[in-house]
Design a protein around this ligand. Structure first.
Ligand code: KG4
Ligand code: ZN
Length: 360
């Protein structure tokens, strides 16, 4: 079964052809980093305009690279949320048009499910359930993942997402955009613990995160001890201290969640999951706890359409499809009954994507 997948929830325009939910035949992504760089963050209006320009060429490239045509596609999957509504609507309209014109089954996919299931493209042997941590520019959330498309929210950020804080701290220090990869690279030269920043909510009875206080702590530090232009060593100490604080919280909350939910496998995905220090610390924690930890390759951690194709494949296989009236959703939770007209995930006694879990 060949699924054409489309992803346009933020600032990347992606299209992919995925075979049987595991083989990527093509996965081109057109990045808008250059458009947004001078603003130090994504400008929604510019993002949707750029998606309009690039979506057809990207879909065409995906089909050509996969040596396939729209007639040979068995279904279409597209991100319907969460994300920037203007951006989402571009992909959604193209996907609906293709499905309608060609008479193909299609469905809307939750972007978060895509991040959580991207790993299946490389590890089809992965056993459910698992703990999923999505850590990106827009999200920082922990989930119990029962099966493809069926997740329970365990904890989420109460303010900024981890990637957003990487970007803001890098901007503050004049390091460029996106900040995550730059801080990751610089921190490799840093000494551990030289500058220590606070870890929010670690001792609280919640699996939620909070990163805005950390951002303020970096601001306050820089006010108290301004960085001179020639102080490269101290700059490295500051960014590595910041990175350690983010990673420490992510690792410790994930450990608590895995214990609480008695889960033996952890999947970490989203743009920040490319971070070298984060990967190292997760591997160390997993070894100590006797857990297995999985990371998609960096190219599948960041936004791409192949991950949407995986979810699309599994849901289309079950006969789930979406109505042409399906809209884009900016936020979570996305009402499941609106995504699928035909078929739906199994009812579950616990509410889907609702409130965070409390720790005992
Ligand atoms: O998943 P993604 O491509 O888009 C969103 O859905 O947000 O994630 C982008 C985010 C940006 O904030 C970027 O700074 C961060 O991921 N990021 C990183 C690294 N690579 C990307 N953060 C830390 N370390 C990295 N190596
Ligand atoms: Zn994403």
């Amino acid at each position: 079964m060949r699924v054409l997948a489309i992803e346009s929830s933020c600032d990347d325009t992606g299209a992919a052809v995925v075979e049987d939910g595991k083989k990527i035949l093509s996965n081109p992504v057109s990045s808008q980093v250059e458009v947004h760089r001078k603003y130090g963050g994504v400008v929604p209006e510019l993002a949707s305009r750029k998606h309009i320009e690039t979506i057809i060429p990207v879909v065409r490239a995906a089909l050509e690279e996969a040596r396939t045509t729209l007639d040979d596609i068995d279904g279409v999957a597209v991100t319907c949320g969460p994300g920037l509504v203007g951006s989402l609507l571009v992909g959604l309209s193209v996907a609906k048009s293709i499905a309608y014109a060609k008479g193909k089954p299609w469905l809307g996919v939750n972007h978060i499910d895509g991040h959580l299931c991207a790993v299946l493209l490389e590890r089809e042997d992965l056993v459910f359930p698992f703990l999923g941590l999505v850590v990106s520019g827009g999200h920082t959330s922990l989930y119990r993942v029962e099966e493809v498309g069926r997740t329970h929210l365990l904890g989420k950020t109460r303010d900024d997402a981890a990637g957003e804080v990487f970007d803001k701290v890098a901007k503050m220090l004049g390091l460029g955009y996106p900040g995550g990869p730059i801080i990751d690279r610089l921190s490799k030269y840093g000494s551990s613990g030289a500058v220590r920043f606070p870890r929010a909510l670690l001792s609280s009875k919640t699996l939620d995160f909070s990163f805005s206080g950390l951002k303020t702590a970096v601001v306050n530090y820089l006010r108290a001890y301004p960085l001179g232009e020639d102080e490269q060593d101290r700059l490295i100490e500051v960014v590595s201290g910041f990175q350690e604080a983010v990673v420490d919280v992510l690792v410790r909350k994930a450990k608590q969640a895995a214990r609480l939910e008695r889960l033996e496998r952890i999947v970490v995905s989203g743009g920040v999951a490319s971070n070298g220090y984060l990967r190292q610390k997760f591997h160390e924690m997993a070894e100590d706890e006797g857990l297995e930890v999985f990371f998609p390759s960096p190219v599948l951690c960041t936004d791409n359409a192949a991950m949407i194709g995986v979810v699309g494949y599994h849901c289309l296989q079950k006969g789930w499809t979406s109505p042409l009236s399906l809209n884009a959703f900016a936020n979570l939770p996305i009402p499941l009954e609106e995504i699928w007209t035909k078929g739906a995930p199994n009812p579950d006694p616990r509410p889907l994507n609702s409130d965070s879990r409390e720790l005992p």
